[in-house]
Design a protein around this ligand. Structure first.
Ligand SMILES: Cc1cc2nc3c(=O)[nH]c(=O)nc-3n(C[C@H](O)[C@H](O)[C@H](O)COP(=O)(O)OP(=O)(O)OC[C@H]3O[C@@H](n4cnc5c(N)ncnc54)[C@H](O)[C@@H]3O)c2cc1C
Length: 371
C-alpha cells in the first residue's frame, strides 16, 4: 500500500515516520513544495523551537475535539527520545531542545526519515488531487491508496491561494481563516513608547466587561502591542470572528503586584511616577488626570489583529465537521487531514507544534484502525 503525505511541517514529518514505524510494509512518500523540510519549525520560538508543552491541555486550544489527540504526546516524546534528542521544560512547561536551536529538531527529523525509509521529494508543489475510486492521483503524476494532507495554515509565508487550491480539490468546508498569535493594532500612544517593554497584567474588555486576563510582558510597537499575552489575547479575539472591534479594549495594570495602600504612598512620594515606572511610561501615565487609576487601568481601543504575515498561527481552517475522530474524512476515509490545516489553533507555549506532532503521530499509528 502506498501513502502520500503532503507537507513536511511537524505534522507531515511525524505522520510519515509514524506510518513507517507502525506499518513498515507501507510505501510512504513525503511531498514538500520547498527546497528543505520544516521551514516553520526552523523559525519557531525565535529559532529556539518551543516544540511542545509538558501539559498539552485542551483548554489551551480552540476546541476540545483535540483531547484524545493530545494523549499521544508521551508517545511523540518517546519517539524523539529514541534518537537521543535532548530537551527540557521551562517553568511554564514549554519544551525546547537543550541545544536551544530548532535546527537540532530538523536534524532529528531528517535522521528519522532516512532511518525509517520515508521517501522525501522536495520542490514538489501539489496542485491537483484526484480522488478516483481505485486510486488517489496527485498532479496527474503520482498514485496512492491513502493521502495525508498536512499543508499547514496561511500564516507567515504560506499563501492563501495554495491553501484554497488544496481545499477546493478536496471540496472541503472551511471555517473562515483569521490571523492568530499576532500583535494587536490599538489606538495611538506616544511615539517614545515604541520598542519599550513592560511587565503587567493585561485584560481584554468588551464594553468595560473583562473577557480575559493574563500577566506577562507587553511590547509597544509602532501602532500596536505585542508579546506573548497579547498573542494569546489575539487568539481569543480571532476565535470570535469579529467584523468590527468597536467596544473592545485592552487594559494594562502596570503594577499588579502592588497593594492600593502601597501605590498611594508611592504616588504621594513621587507624583511624577518616574521612580515607579519606566520614564517614558511614567510621563504618559502622568498626563492623565488620575495617575493612580491609570496605573491600574491604562486603556487602548483595539483596532484589529495584525495580518497573516505577522501571525504565528491561522485560526479557522478545514471544518472539524468534515472529520472522523481519527482525522480521516467522513466523505472519503482514505484521506486524512492534520496539523494547522484543520480548524484547530492553540495558544503560545508549544501548543501548535505540539498539536501538529500529536495529530500526525496519531494519523500514522492509527491509519485504517477504527479508533
Ligand atoms: C514565526 C513563528 C514562530 C512560531 N513559533 C512557534 C513555537 O515556538 N511553538 C509552537 O508550538 N508553534 C509555533 N509556531 C506555529 C507553528 O510553526 C505551526 O503551528 C506548525 O508549524 C504547524 O505545523 P503543520 O505541520 O501543520 O504546518 P506547517 O509547519 O505550516 O507545514 C506545512 C508544510 O506543507 C508544505 N506545503 C504547503 N502546501 C503544499 C503543497 N501544495 N504542496 C507541497 N507542500 C506543501 C509547506 O511548505 C510546509 O512545509 C510559530 C509560527 C511562526 C510563523
Amino acid at each position: 500500500m502506498r501513502v502520500i503525505v503532503i507537507g513536511s511541517g511537524p505534522c507531515g514529518l511525524i505522520t510519515a515516520i509514524s506510518l513507517k514505524k507502525f506499518h513498515p510494509y507501507m510505501d510512504v512518500i513525503l511531498l514538500e513544495k520547498d527546497h528543505d523540510i520544516g521551514s516553520r519549525i526552523k523559525i519557531s520560538g525565535n529559532g529556539r523551537c518551543n516544540f511542545i508543552n509538558k501539559k498539552l491541555d485542551s483548554s489551551k486550544y480552540s476546541t476540545t475535539f483535540v483531547s484524545h489527540i493530545l494523549t499521544y504526546s508521551n508517545e511523540v516524546l518517546n519517539l524523539l527520545d529514541e534518537t537521543g534528542f535532548n530537551y527540557y521544560f521551562d517553568s511554564e512547561g514549554r519544551g525546547y531542545p537543550t541545544s536551544e536551536s530548532s535546527l537540532t529538531l530538523i536534524k532529528v527529523f531528517k535522521d528519522l526519515i532516512s532511518q525509517y525509509g520515508v521517501e522525501l521529494r522536495n520542490d514538489y508543489l501539489v496542485i491537483s488531487i484526484n480522488l478516483k475510486l481505485d486510486k488517489i492521483i496527485i498532479n496527474n503524476d503520482l498514485k496512492c491508496d491513502r493521502l495525508v494532507v498536512a499543508c499547514g495554515g496561511i500564516s507567515y509565508q504560506n499563501d492563501r491561494l495554495n491553501y484554497n487550491r488544496i481545499v477546493s480539490e478536496l471540496n472541503l468546508k472551511v471555517v473562515p481563516l483569521t490571523p492568530s498569535l499576532a500583535p494587536l493594532s490599538v489606538s495611538s500612544f506616544p511615539k517614545r513608547l515604541e520598542n519599550k517593554k513592560v511587565k503587567c497584567q493585561v485584560s481584554l474588555l468588551y464594553n468595560d466587561k473583562i473577557l480575559k486576563t493574563e500577566r506577562g510582558e507587553v511590547l509597544f510597537k509602532k501602532d500596536g502591542l505585542s508579546g506573548i499575552v497579547i498573542f494569546n489575547t489575539s487568539s481569543f479575539l480571532a476565535r470570535l470572528h469579529l467584523n468590527s472591534y468597536n467596544g473592545y479594549q485592552i487594559s494594562l495594570n502596570l503594577l499588579p503586584n502592588i497593594s492600593e495602600e502601597k501605590l498611594k504612598s508611592l504616588i504621594q512620594k513621587n507624583p511624577l511616577l518616574d521612580h515607579i515606572l519606566l520614564k517614558d511610561l511614567a510621563d504618559y501615565v502622568y498626563s492623565f488626570a488620575n495617575s493612580a487609576n491609570t496605573i491600574r487601568d491604562l486603556r487602548f481601543d483595539v483596532r484589529g489583529i495584525y495580518d497573516f504575515k505577522n501571525s504565528q498561527v491561522t485560526s479557522g481552517g478545514v471544518s472539524l465537521d468534515e472529520l472522523n475522530r481519527n482525522l480521516s474524512l467522513k466523505k472519503d476515509s482514505r484521506v486524512y487531514l492534520g496539523g494547522e490545516f484543520i480548524d484547530v489553533d492553540g495558544e503560545c507555549g508549544g501548543y501548535n507544534i505540539g498539536f501538529a506532532l500529536c495529530s500526525g503521530y496519531m494519523i500514522g499509528k492509527e491509519m485504517d484502525s477504527e479508533k
